[in-house]
Design a protein around this ligand. Structure first.
Ligand SMILES: Cc1cc2nc3c(=O)[nH]c(=O)nc-3n(C[C@H](O)[C@H](O)[C@H](O)COP(=O)(O)OP(=O)(O)OC[C@H]3O[C@@H](n4cnc5c(N)ncnc54)[C@H](O)[C@@H]3O)c2cc1C
Length: 493
């Protein structure tokens, strides 16, 4: 395989492919349709407030983990980080709060105070977290070699039982009604999430591998783009790729929205999988499995709306992440809910003017709901305003007086994501494949297209994973694979 690589998109996967490509002597170029690097790893400014649409939990902050090594190679570490005390917290309508502290002694004491009668289950929770602290499971599984994966198999075996339980399954064993209601929501308010995901995340928080990058997501992405450019790579912004050029079953280049054509020996797409296959490759390279993924309906419920509030209120003493249980069910954006999930950024003073703060509320809704409303711009805007008003009204229960402290409101929906990142039905790429650990183990599974050589996918489509590190790893793996094909030693310096 030759030495020039064209990359579509400067998301995590695209920039990682660029960085490792440059390190290994390839001439790489990234064509990015937006004016910024990072893709979904995005934050923006509004009247002195920073609104962050991505990072809740950044993994790879402890120097001992494999993911940290990846970030270091990519120029994202070391950096200034903020460590939050709790993974998440939950407040009842009466004001009772559960802090899911990362510190296990603090957590044990706090949980026993809240529900002494559930001591046995609390002990199981703590032991579950501890069982994931023994080895760097996620790091080894996603970026390790076969022998590393073998090395973590004892932990995998020991923790296997937790993968069979969901958040809801574990929660229903509590006799305390508050914890029974709170526990299903601890992992992004998704009761069906495997309990193991939460335990594992908690364990990484305990060893201080999870933190917040001061300055928010776009700063994080910019440091990676800088690393790429320092290595001699070039990101061409505002350059939308409209077609992947192919010849005799090989990718040979890309066509840009302006009409220009660029040629390279390999093309790597970090763009949405469906859009790449159906539009950029004009549906020419599909097998039955890909056809099925591409035709999946848009109607999955999702975090379809974010309500960002810039408030004249000090949030530095508030928890970093809060689930607010509601007294009764409310319908917001066409979705019935009995809780509100939010992040409060009082731990990073760069997010708001002094003494003020940012709240982000994430709401579940459907893509089709917003798509239908957007037929009439006025209705779409009115619904966004209504959603913000409903949220502010509900927040008043916990943050008394907040109604009069709101200075800035911003309400992006899945359509906003679609417009800025080119995803199908909102968040770029999520291919409706089952989260597939096997695909992250194998070097190129999910990354290739049947019948087309010299073409690879990186990012969320390739990995089925909505995590920055996993998407970055996919870019590294593609370059490792190309080096292997070339009989070339892969290097990370
Ligand atoms: C709300 C939300 C919260 C999240 N929270 C976390 C978290 O706490 N921790 C975590 O690790 N992960 C989190 N994630 C997941 C993480 O952000 C994504 O998995 C990751 O950013 C996706 O990276 P990617 O490589 O797939 O590229 P993407 O981010 O999808 O980027 C693709 C890039 O390609 C560009 N592009 C698309 N089409 C074209 C085209 N035709 N021509 C040129 N350029 C094109 C886009 O503009 C974009 O820049 C979150 C995601 C979301 C949406």
């Amino acid at each position: 395989m030759g030495k020039s690589i064209i990359i579509i998109g400067a998301g995590m996967g695209g920039m990682a492919a660029g960085i490792y490509g440059q390190m290994n002597g390839f001439q790489t170029r990234i064509f990015e349709m937006h004016s910024l690097p990072g893709g979904q790893c995005a934050s923006w400014k509004r009247n002195g407030y920073t609104f962050d649409a991505c990072i809740h939990h950044l993994m790879g902050c402890a120097p001992t983990t494999k993911i940290h090594r990846l970030w270091k190679e990519m120029g994202a570490m070391p950096r200034e980080l903020a460590y939050t005390k709790e993974c998440v917290s939950v407040v009842s309508p009466e004001g009772k709060i559960f802090y899911d502290y990362y510190d296990l002694d603090l957590l044990a004491e706090h949980l026993r105070d809240l529900a002494p009668q559930d001591a046995k289950l609390i002990h199981q929770y703590l032991e579950g977290i501890k069982s994931f602290t023994k080895q760097d499971l996620l790091g080894e599984l996603t970026s390790g070699k076969a022998r590393d994966i073998l090395r973590v198999s004892p932990t995998l075996l020991k923790t296997f039982k937790w993968f069979r339980l969901t958040m809801a399954d574990f929660a229903k064993q509590f006799s305390d009604p508050f914890l029974q209601r709170a526990f299903p929501l601890l992992e992004y308010s998704m009761p069906s999430m495997p309990f193991a995901v939460h335990l594992s995340k908690h364990a990484y928080g305990y060893i201080k591998d999870i933190a917040w990058p001061i300055g928010a997501s776009s700063q994080f992405a910019r440091s990676i783009a800088k690393r790429y450019e320092d290595l001699g790579g070039k990101i061409h912004y505002r350059q939308k790729v409209t077609k992947v050029l192919t010849k005799n079953g090989k990718a040979v280049g890309v066509k840009l929205a302006g009409g220009g054509e660029e040629y390279g020996d390999t093309v790597i797409s970090n763009a949405d999988g469906r859009k790449t296959l159906l539009d950029l490759l004009e549906g020419q390279f599909l097998n039955a499995r890909l056809k099925e993924y591409c035709s999946a309906p848009p109607d999955e419920t999702n975090w379809a709306v974010h309500v960002f509030l810039g408030v004249a209120r000090d949030l530095s003493k508030e928890p970093s992440s809060l689930v607010m249980l509601l007294e009764k069910t409310v319908t917001i954006a066409g979705h019935e809910t009995r809780s509100l999930e939010m992040q409060l950024y009082g731990f990073d003073k760069t997010m708001a003017p002094q003494g003020k703060g940012v709240i982000k509320v994430e709401l579940v809704s459907r893509y089709s709901y917003w798509k239908e409303l957007a037929r009439d711009r006025a209705r779409y805007e009115a619904e966004k305003q209504k959603v913000a008003e409903q949220v502010i009204e509900l927040l008043e229960n916990y943050f008394h007086g907040i109604k009069n402290q709101v200075e800035v409101v911003d309400v992006p929906t899945l359509l906003t994501w679609e417009r800025f990142m080119g995803g199908t039905h909102g968040f770029a790429n999520f291919p409706n494949k089952k989260i597939n650990i096997i695909s992250s183990l194998s070097s190129t599974s999910g990354m290739t297209v049947p019948g087309l050589d010299n073409f690879y996918f990186v990012g969320a489509w390739a990995t089925s994973a909505g995590a920055l590190f996993a998407n970055a790893v996919s870019g590294k793996k593609v370059i490792q694979h190309i080096c292997k094909q070339n009989g070339q030693k892969f290097t990370t310096t």
